[in-house]
Structure formats: structure tokens, C-alpha cells
Design a protein around this ligand. Sequence first.
Ligand code: SF4
Length: 373
Amino acid sequence: MLTSLYIHIPFCSQICTYCDFHKEMAKQSKKEKYISALIKELEYHRNEIKNVKTIYIGGGTPTSLELPLLEKLLITINNLIDMDNVLEFSTESNPNDYNLELILLLKKYNINRVSIGVQTFDKEQLKFLGRTHTKNDVLNAIKLLRENDFTNISIDMIFSLVNQTEDDLEKDLIEVLKLDADHISYYSLILEEKSKLYYLLGKNKISMNSEELEGLMYNKVINTLEENSLMQYEISNFSKPGFESLHNKTYWLNLEYLGVGTGSHSMYQGFRYYNPTNITKYIKMIEEDDFTFHTSYEYDSLNEEMMLGLRLIKGININEINEKYNIDILTYFPDLNKYLDQNIIEVNNGYLRFTRDGILLGNLVFQIFVEVL
Ligand code: SF4
């Protein structure tokens, strides 16, 4: 049964130097056409989505939409989906998008979780990353959200930024803790091929931190957050008890989800596919009532399930996998035994998981599943 719906808004009011997400800065007329197409796609899937348990609006930056346009989308979602069934309805957002009007709109249409792109508190780093918000924007956003009874606030942070030292990271962590967020996603900076930072790296204008420093920083993040009751439940995700992201767990547990909007991926009824990545093509096909735009692709369910499940700190339920795929995973993937012997992974209460030190060497283990994909 379909439990999760992802909705993609491919627009931003600024383009960050590290970002390779599917997004652009667009004129109002294009945004309007896009939202109309998106609504048509949602209506096309009305029977499949009416009982979903989690909804996630991502991007891009959904909250960069002008409010009437955002409201048009939210009205449709609320009309098509039985909101009494929905446990988690999230939107991504940027700190400087928040004002009382936006917050009341989110509340009116049952959004009960917000994810805010904070990234760092260092003014120079924010500028370097192409972010346009300030620390005060973050503080104001969270204050307003709390005053209006938002009880599930997540923030996105980045560590191992260009030239960032351990001391710099410590300063960021001090600010993070003051926010008292319920959930934190803390990723290391990754230079994606299509990003401006990747280009600068190629021209030797910037350099990345060594793996050793990145490892030290990752440890600092884990230790600091856990000492403050933000428990790590996934390689890059931390939460107060009871605030793990239900929507993202759909992905990590290899469960079915439907993605709508340009470039969105779906895993539904045994198939994997994605929508056209070209926004104009996506709009045109929908305007012509042509919903044959999915591109399917092969995937190996077992290998994906191993890769995704090991991202969770709890790990993979060995019996469930063995029964589901009629295998013995330690025989099927003999290299796992090597990493068990090296104490990189361990078996705990029937779950296969990374050890606390082993998590830093995750890529070694993930390689097993990439090679056979
Ligand atoms: S990081 Fe977020 S806000 Fe920045 S360009 Fe990418 S999607 Fe837009």
C-alpha cells in the first residue's frame, strides 16, 4: 500500500554554490503554469494518494513560491488526501521566507513539520555558499514557528565546509543547540558535479578538507548532538525521541512512495521511474493530458534495501531480509563476514548494523552492494 507522497517544487529565489538539486529561478508565469500542471498530476493520482500517511514538499524551495500560488497547491492537497490519516506533512523552507502570513498558511493546511535550510551560522561561509539568510532570520523563523505551535522543527546543517576548522564547527554546534530543534540533518559538504563549487575545485581555486579532518568533524557532530539528547538514528540524521522523520524512513526502509512534479522519482507497484526533468516538457505533456512521461529504470531491490537499511543506526533486520529474499545474507554477501571480523559492522538483537567506529568507514561496506547493482 502506498504510504508516502513526495511533491517537487523546482524553484528557488537564489542559487547556492554547492547545489545540484533540480531547481531554477523562474518567472511568475512559469511558476503558475507549473503549479497548474502539478495539480493536474496530483488529481490524476487521486485514488492512489488519498490515504497516504506522509507528505513531503521538497525542492527547490517550496516556501519561495508566492503565497497565493502555494495556497492553491495546499488546497488541492487537502482536498485530495484524507488529512485525518496523515501523520506527517512536511515542507522544506529557507529561514528568510518566514513571516506570520506564511506560518498561518502552513498551519491552516495541516503542515505539521518544517525543515529549514540553516546550513551554518558563519556569515562568511553563508555568503560563500550563496545563501542569502542571516542568523537572525533563523532565530526569528524558529521563534515565530514555536509561538504558533509548530512542535516538529527540523534544520539542515552542513559540516566540513571549505576552510572550516574544528573550532568553527564547534561554534556552529553551540548555535545549533541553542535552537532546540526537534530534528537535525547534518551532512558533510559534497561537491556535486553540476555545482559552482565543483567548478572552483577543478580550477584549484578551493580545496576540500582531508578525509581525516572530515572524520574528526563527523565524530564531533555525533558526540555533541547525542550528549544533548539528539540521538543519531541515521548516518546523517538526529532527533529528539519520537521525532524521527517518518517520510524519510519510507525511503530507508525501501517502502513504496510516489513522487509528483518534474524530476520526481517513484517506487510504486514494483517499478522505479522518474518524471521528465525538463520543466517545460513536464508542463507541456500535462497540459496535453499526456501522462505517459515516466522513465522506468532497473533496480535491484535486495541491494538497495541493504544499502538503505544500513544507513539506519538500528540496522537491518536479518530475518526479515532472509525471508523476503529467500537467502542467507551472510552467505549471499560473503564480504560482510570480513567487515564483521574487522568490527566495522556487528549483529545486535538480530539486526546487522554499523559499529560506532565502523560508521566512519561506511563506504567500504556500501561498496559491496554497489558492485552488484
Ligand atoms: S540548496 Fe536549496 S535553496 Fe539553495 S539552490 Fe539548492 S534547492 Fe535552492
